[in-house]
Design a binder for this molecule. Structure first.
Ligand code: MG
Length: 219
């Protein structure tokens, strides 16, 4: 399968490393029985985790409780070899999409108890469905976009990126201070409250203001 971010004008960028931010919305941190951390929580999904809209995903057999987390995805358009400051961060953004950080909540809970990494619960094949992307433009403020996720036409998550604890610019500054962000990498910016279980047969729709809808099917 080709793993490319596709933009509404038809242009493409190969999918790189996906950097994912945990607990960037206080209401979601609370629903997980946690707090917003002092430094961002970062975990990684590999390119093989990417699937485009209209994909069908099978819940991995190691889990009985796969959750949806709808998120703004920021696609990086230029290599960033040195630390980027928040004030120039948006110059490195190619565009924005809506993604679902699919999470095996039961597997993650065991990992948290044991102090083990989240790779199996967060980074499995197909764990990163991402929509067609819209190009970044000067007037497009990524920190004030609505995010909605529906399961079988019932709204489960309804928030806005204006509820993020750290802005897109701050997240790019932080991630680039530790990792070498490259063209085609992306940042999952965290999820608003309302995460929940997906079961076989579910139709999932995720919407980010101004971006094409993301649809996936659970088999
Ligand atoms: Mg998440």
């Amino acid at each position: 399968m080709d793993r490319n971010f596709t933009f509404t004008d038809g242009s493409q960028i190969p999918v790189g490393t996906m950097y994912c931010i945990g607990r960037n919305y206080s209401a979601h941190a609370r629903e997980m029985g946690a707090q917003v951390p002092e430094s961002p929580i970062v975990f990684i999904k590999p390119p093989a985790a990417y699937i485009p809209s209209e994909s069908t995903i099978t819940i991995p057999s190691i889990s009985k409780n796969m959750h949806h987390e709808v998120e703004l995805v920021v696609i990086i358009g230029k290599d960033c070899s040195t630390t980027i400051s928040a004030s120039t961060a948006l110059e490195y953004v190619a565009g924005y999409a809506v993604g679902i950080d699919l999470t095996l909540r039961d597997v993650q809970s065991v990992a948290k108890e044991r102090g083990e990494p989240w790779a199996t619960s967060k980074s499995f094949s197909g764990s990163a469905p991402i929509s067609t992307a819209v190009k970044a433009k000067e007037h497009l403020n990524p920190n004030n976009l609505t995010l909605v996720l529906s399961v079988n036409d019932e709204v489960r998550q309804n928030g806005s990126t204006n509820m993020m604890e750290r802005t897109v610019e701050e997240l790019i500054e932080y991630v680039s201070s530790i990792f070498s962000l490259r063209r085609g990498d992306c940042i999952f910016t965290g999820t608003p409250e309302g995460v929940g279980r997906l079961v076989s047969g579910d139709r999932v729709t995720a919407e980010l203001q101004d971006a094409p809808k993301l649809k996936i099917y659970i088999s």
